[in-house]
Ligand binder design. Structure first.
Ligand code: IMP
Length: 174
């Protein structure tokens, strides 16, 4: 059984898009999906948002050294000046919050009119950035999940549903 079927995901994405469309009516909205995990969620969300908006992408990577705290660096920056724009970061999953917290720090310095986050998934890790996360699709347990953009070593992003990596049948996550 998928943890979240494609139908359940599609319903929730429509709800999020509806709320986002009302919130940002008459705003200069810029969606900023974080590559690569958010690309499928962002593609569905953008098509369900009914107000005019722009999209630009930020690609980040995380390096973990011997210390427990990894550093997040920018692999591909935005091509858009966000000064005065209403920026909505689109993330696949928030775990420790390190990725989203770094993203918020980087973008806040550029003086957007507003800066908020929509994440499809959230894990119950302790963190102090939850005030910045305006929309969460699903709260999940502390398990590793794949599908709908999320990967394990670069694989399984194309699954149309989200599955826990503990359940495998014939090599596929179901
Ligand atoms: P954080 O920086 O600890 O909040 O982790 C967020 C990033 O880690 C996400 O953008 C994903 O790229 C990755 N990640 C965290 N949990 C999972 C998971 O269960 N499956 C796939 N990627 C994950």
């Amino acid at each position: 059984m998928p943890l979240l079927s494609s139908e359940v995901i599609a319903d929730r994405v429509r709800q999020l898009a509806s709320s986002i469309s009302s919130t940002y009516a008459n705003h200069d909205l810029l969606l900023v999906p974080i590559l690569r995990g958010a690309f499928i969620f962002a593609a569905d969300l953008a098509r369900a948002i009914t107000i005019d908006h722009r999209i630009d992408f930020l690609q980040l990577s995380s390096y973990k050294g011997t210390q427990s705290v990894g550093t997040v660096s920018v692999d591909k920056d935005l091509n858009t000046d966000i000064t005065g724009r209403s920026v909505l970061i689109v993330e696949d999953i928030v775990d420790t919050g390190r990725t989203i917290s770094t993203t918020l720090d980087i973008l806040r310095d550029r003086n957007p009119a507003s800066l908020e986050v929509v994440t499809l998934l959230s894990k119950p890790s302790p963190r102090n950035i939850d005030n910045s996360i305006r929309w969460t699709g699903f709260e999940i347990d502390d398990v590793f999940v794949v599908g709908y953009g999320l990967d394990l070593d670069g694989r399984y992003r194309n699954l149309p549903y989200i599955a826990k990596t503990t359940t495998t049948v014939g090599g596929a996550f179901l």
